[in-house]
Design a protein around this ligand. Structure first.
Ligand SMILES: NC(=O)CC[C@H](N)C(=O)O
Length: 371
């Protein structure tokens, strides 16, 4: 029985706090990253494979993780992207007919170290009170001083550029070549479901590496541009910010999602900042200020754009706000064909309330095409 032979493991936070648990599958392991939590009750596979989480240790708040296994169609990338997993109860068995494998098998293929039996309620409360910080999960904790030293050397998420680590090395295509619209996607960590949403709406995508110039993307003659979601701090992404500026300059249809939204804000001279512990879950309430309607949204971000600077900016309007803390959740440029949201309209996982934003992008491209 796997759970009887499992090794002791710990989660050590940067401030010295320790949480005790056990290694999933009785494995030896060690993983570093910024600790964060996602409050979604479902959708763990999409979360673990979302490239926006690269470099982060994920704490799940649902009591059980793994009970519905892993499925080929629920991946946002080929392998898990989080650096480590922390949960309460790990299910070694799954009982869903459509699952291809157990979550343990999937995590093993991704070489992802996971620990369970952690008091995740206490841990999440601790992060909420003390803020995001680096952590290590490990079975090797005999020499605590050496471990603390190693942890102290892990770079801070603030100022960290990670998009280059997850971006495609070569351009690739997605969707049907004969589709009526073409979208050039700057891959700073794109989730597969964003491409699926576009292709479902009769769009053929070409996905470009993070360091591609606007000129190169433009030479494919797309009808619109998408700046994707992705990991890390947006501020060091000078190449992507340049691309956003160039697209805006030529007034081509532009849509930004999450990291892409932050890049568009930076391209408009609006600064971004690191939040206390971010927004990660599938029930975040948003108010669309243009329609007065509420939306329940999927979110995953640790940085945000400055509200004061957005409101003071002559070129930009705030279109959406986050109802929990009044942070900026969406912007639109007044005289340009450009809008962006801090949350995830593709959800995956999460509710479908914000799918209309893809329709809006399609509408913007068709209007431009018919000019
Ligand atoms: N989902 C995303 O694109 C995340 C954006 C950015 N890495 C943040 O944490 O805020």
């Amino acid at each position: 029985m796997k759970y009887q032979t499992r090794r002791k493991a710990i989660l050590l936070l940067e401030d010295g706090t320790i949480f005790h648990g056990k290694a999933v599958g009785g494995k030896e392991g060690k993983a570093f990253g910024e600790v964060c939590f996602n409050t979604g009750m479902t959708g763990y596979q999409e979360i673990f494979t979302d490239p926006s989480y690269f470099g982060q240790i994920m704490v799940t708040t649902n009591a059980h993780i793994g009970n519905y296994g892993a499925n080929e169609n629920e991946k946002e990338a080929e392998t898990a992207q989080i650096s480590g997993l922390v949960c309460k109860n790990f299910s070694y068995y799954q009982s869903r007919p459509s699952a291809d494998e157990t979550l343990e098998e999937f995590l093993d293929r991704s070489r992802l170290f996971a620990i369970s039996d952690i008091d995740t309620r206490a841990l999440v409360t601790y992060i909420r009170e003390n803020g995001a910080m680096n952590a290590v999960i490990t079975t090797q904790f005999e020499d605590m001083e050496a471990l603390k030293k190693e942890l102290a050397e892990v770079p801070d998420m603030n100022g960290l550029e990670l998009a280059s680590k997850v971006s495609t090395k070569e351009p690739y295509f997605f969707g049907d070549e004969s589709a009526s619209l073409r979208v050039a996607v700057l891959d700073i960590g794109v989730k597969k479901s964003i491409l699926k949403h576009l292709s479902k709406r009769d769009v053929y995508c070409k996905v470009f590496p993070f360091n591609t110039s606007y000129a190169e993307m433009k030479s494919w003659e797309p009808h619109g541009y998408l700046l994707s979601n992705g990991p890390g701090d947006p501020q060091p992404l000078s190449g992507a910010i340049r691309v956003a500026k160039d697209i805006i300059e030529e007034n081509k249809p532009l849509f930004g999602i999450c990291l892409g939204h932050q890049v568009i804000a930076l391209a408009n001279g609006i600064s971004t900042y690191k939040m206390h512990h971010g927004h990660r879950g599938i029930n975040h309430p948003i108010l669309n200020l243009e329609t007065g309607k509420g939306e329940i949204t999927s979110q995953n971000h640790g940085f945000s754009v400055s509200k004061e600077e957005t409101e003071a900016n002559e070129e930009v309007v705030v279109t959406h706000t986050h109802l929990n803390d009044q942070t900026v959740a969406g912007i639109r440029m007044k005289n340009k064909n450009c809008f962006s949201v801090q949350y995830h309209p593709e959800a995956s996982p999460g509710p479908n309330d914000a799918h209309y934003l893809f329709d809006e992008f399609i509408h913007n491209m068709i209007s431009e095409k018919n000019k």
